[in-house]
Design a protein around this ligand. Structure first.
Ligand code: ZN
Length: 487
């Protein structure tokens, strides 16, 4: 195999796929057509290409390329099952209030349903419908497990861990520590939040948590009309003039088919990076705008001389850490007051809520990681009880067993989020130590970030933590944040 030719084709492939996702997400086209692109680039993901790359695993570039090839190869192997599951979900309905409600709409209804008994009834219908497609999901996971072994790995865990350098076992140890050490603050905060929303503690269910986090009382703090200005002012403080970045393509036009959720499409890194926005307002919308803006700033600042593998591939935890760094400005009292003009009392109330929500997600993802380490070592059938046991231990509310196969992302993406949350906290500690809580108003903070952004994803999250002088990823600052948060 000619490695240079392979990289060139891989870059063309990613550009075409990225452009298609951008065009459809931006509402410029009403149908996603990626099958034809995959067909045209089928040579990138053949068994021969995969084996060739796996045989010469040496150095980061080849490593990242091998991970890319294996990912595409595995996607291809389960393509029919993935489509069958997606289509079943698209076609499924749940009978509710005399209507057939689309299955995919139910999580939104659950979040917005104020009556607890109705939430439970609707949830039951939803999980029953979910269970009908679990045989397809089981077949898909078991196929992926078989393929991992066929490629010469011990199991699917080994494949993800080695190819993606996720350091899963040390991460599991750190997250076990997180679960143990935050237990004492988690339970009373959970109980208080549940009591506040009228949910009996001993009956608390994951449906109630979805409702709790809807938190529409905070919506007025985050008006749609001020989102973009808040982003612009934040970046300006860091010395970045968003409007003077020719490679950052802000898509603000209103189109009926445009995705309501902000997204970033790095079509050609770093020359053509789209940030697509349709402001709705509310905390979720602000979260996603700042998250995606973090990705967009990372991609637009990557050195164009870097090889393809370091501009597009590598450890996704790194780009996610920058996305979380901007997103978590919403947890910063001075930012809320100075940039959004929120009152000190409202800022405090919102930060308390947001940090509880973050604690919930960290505990949930810790449990998902520990569960997936078990799930992916053998056949997935009959693992529902394991799922429930991990998730209930961490979340301390009832969890439906029917979710045991759908509440799992491919290739341990759960680990990537956890690594990103840990790394982001290490960035933030460093920035706050040097520039104070309002670090986002310091040009030097921006310069430091730009110097990190330049290297793309050449270095993984553990190595990036090393650039700050830390021995590696360390969960301690996250534990401290959880313990020191106001209840
Ligand atoms: Zn992201």
């Amino acid at each position: 195999m000619d490695l240079n030719a392979y990289q060139q084709r891989a870059e063309n492939f990613i550009t075409e796929i990225g452009r298609e996702y951008y065009i459809v997400g931006a509402g410029l086209k009403d149908r996603l057509e990626i099958a034809a692109i995959y067909e045209r680039y089928a040579d990138l993901f053949t068994q021969a290409a995969v084996r060739d790359l796996l045989d010469r695993l040496n150095g980061k570039e080849v490593h990242y390329l091998a991970e890319f090839a294996v990912g595409g190869y595995l996607d291809n192997r389960v393509k029919a099952l993935s489509e069958a599951i997606t289509n079943a979900e698209l076609a499924a309905t749940v009978p509710w209030d005399g209507q057939d409600v689309p299955y995919q709409q139910v999580p939104v209804l659950l979040r917005n349903e104020p009556e607890r008994a109705r939430r439970q009834a609707l949830g039951e219908l939803y999980y029953n419908r979910m269970a009908q497609d679990n045989p397809l999901r089981a077949e898909r996971w078991n196929t992926l497990h078989d393929e991992a072994r066929r490629l010469g790995f011990i199991d699917y865990v080994d494949l993800c861990d080695r190819l993606r350098a996720l350091n899963l076992r040390p991460l599991a140890e750190q997250m076990t520590r997180f679960l143990n050490e935050t237990e004492s603050v988690y339970e009373p905060r959970l109980a208080a939040r549940l009591a506040g929303s009228g949910v009996p503690r001993d009956q608390a269910h994951i449906n109630d948590i979805a409702r709790l986090f809807r938190a529409d009382e905070f919506d007025p703090l985050f008006p749609a009309g001020r989102m973009l200005d808040a982003l612009r002012r934040t970046l300006t403080g860091m010395g970045i003039d968003m409007d003077a970045q020719p490679n950052l393509k802000l898509d603000l036009e209103m189109r009926p088919l445009k995705s309501p959720r902000a997204f970033c499409s790095p079509v050609r890194v770093p020359h053509e990076v789209y940030l697509v926005i349709k402001p709705q307002g509310g905390q979720d919308d602000y979260n996603s705008l700042f998250h995606e803006a973090g990705h967009a700033q990372h991609y637009t600042h990557i050195d164009h001389n870097l090889p393809f593998a370091f501009r597009y591939l590598g450890d996704t935890s790194v780009t996610e850490s920058y996305a979380f760094l901007l997103e978590h400005l919403l947890h910063n009292r001075s930012w809320l007051q100075e940039i959004l003009g929120v009152s000190p009392e409202d800022a405090s109330a919102f930060v308390r809520f947001a940090l509880f929500q973050k604690l919930w997600f960290l505990r949930r993802y810790a449990a998902k990681l520990l569960y997936e380490l078990e799930l992916h070592t053998g056949p997935v059938d009959g693992r529902a009880a394991t799922y429930v046991s991990w998730l209930e231990r961490a979340g301390r509310v009832q969890v439906p067993q029917e979710r045991y196969l759908s509440d799992v992302d491919d290739a341990f993406y759960v680990a990537q989020y956890l690594r990103a949350w840990i790394l982001e906290m290490q960035w933030r500690r460093h920035l706050e130590h040097n520039y104070g809580p309002a670090w986002y108003q310091h040009r030097e903070a921006g310069e430091l970030l730009i110097s990190l952004w330049r290297i793309g994803q050449r270095d993984n999250a553990d190595e990036m933590a090393g650039h700050l002088g830390a021995p590696g990823l360390d969960v301690a600052p996250l534990i401290e944040e959880a313990l020191s948060a106001e209840p």
